[in-house]
Design a protein. Structure first.
Ligand code: SF4
Length: 273
């Protein structure tokens, strides 16, 4: 099936819905879709996707887990409640969610059984579920990935994502309604979005929306080291010192502006770039 956005949709059934995760602050992970329309050029989720059709044509094929909800309904009966990362591999609010609503219905099931959900997205479609978040404030937090506020940069690195200002407005609205929010400032890429102006803008946004700020350097995977990759010139020849310098700058601004700031998923394992 081909959607109006030109994405091929396939269907599959799964044996499990929740998976254990080693990600910090999370007990389980849930990913309603395989593949991601957003097509960020730095995305390495494809490396963890066994479906070759999806990983080789990243952004062009998305697979819907048709029996996800019935499996999840069983799992929430037998697993102890914990924090579930929603969209740890692919974006749970990518456009296909507007049609299939697997993310929303999964969150409903989880909240009902006293699980907490930690959602990460680049898509303001998340606002559709504000009603749900407002009635379960204690069990929900929502993170928006904001890598810059410069649209030229977005068009370059995240070509099929919603504009930054739409994400900023989504973050503001969630925060205004008392939903716990966070910003994911990552990947930070040398010479692209690591400048002082970007850092100040993002820290200021975190302050305004009372969001925790997670920051994370680019993870240099082999596909980025191909000289034909658009990011190749940004990541070669840089050293570990670059990230020590940039992360210190981020931290300093956070301290100055009383923003709660934390390293992202890599913790201290700074990439060698
Ligand atoms: S939104 Fe996330 S999962 Fe989707 S392409 Fe971008 S980085 Fe990959």
């Amino acid at each position: 099936m081909i959607t109006p956005r030109g994405v091929k949709i396939r269907f599959t059934s799964v044996k499990t819905a929740l998976s254990k995760t080693g990600l910090p602050e999370l007990d389980y992970a849930l990913n309603p879709y395989i593949g991601c329309y957003h097509s960020c050029i730095y995305c390495y989720a494809r490396l963890y996707t066994r479906d070759r059709d999806v990983s080789e044509k990243w952004g062009e094929v998305v697979v819907v887990k048709t029996n996800l909800l019935s499996i999840l309904a069983r799992e929430v009966q037998k697993y102890p409640p914990g924090i579930v990362g929603i969209g740890t591999i692919t974006d749970p609010y990518q456009p296909i969610e507007a049609i299939y609503r697997l993310t929303r219905r999964s969150i409903e099931l989880l909240l009902k059984k006293n699980f907490a959900t930690s959602i990460q997205t680049k898509n303001p479609l998340v606002l559709r579920d504000l009603d749900l978040f407002k009635t379960h404030r204690e069990q929900v937090d929502v993170g928006l990935t904001i890598t810059s506020l410069n649209e030229d940069i977005r068009r370059f690195i995240e070509p099929k994502t919603p504009p930054y200002n739409a994400r900023v407005e989504a973050l503001r609205k969630l925060s205004l309604h008392g939903v716990k929010t966070w910003i994911f400032y990552g990947p930070v890429i040398p010479g692209l979005n690591d400048d002082e102006e970007t850092i100040i803008q993002i820290v200021e946004l975190a302050r305004e929306t009372k969001s925790t700020l997670y920051y994370d350097p680019i993870h240099v995977k082999p596909f980025l080291l191909n000289p034909n990759h658009q990011l190749y010139n940004y990541i070669t020849g840089k050293t570990r010192d670059w990230w020590i310098r940039v992360s210190k700058k981020i931290l300093d601004y956070c301290i100055e502006h009383h923003v709660h700031c934390k390293p992202g998923f890599t913790g201290n394992s700074v990439n060698k770039v």
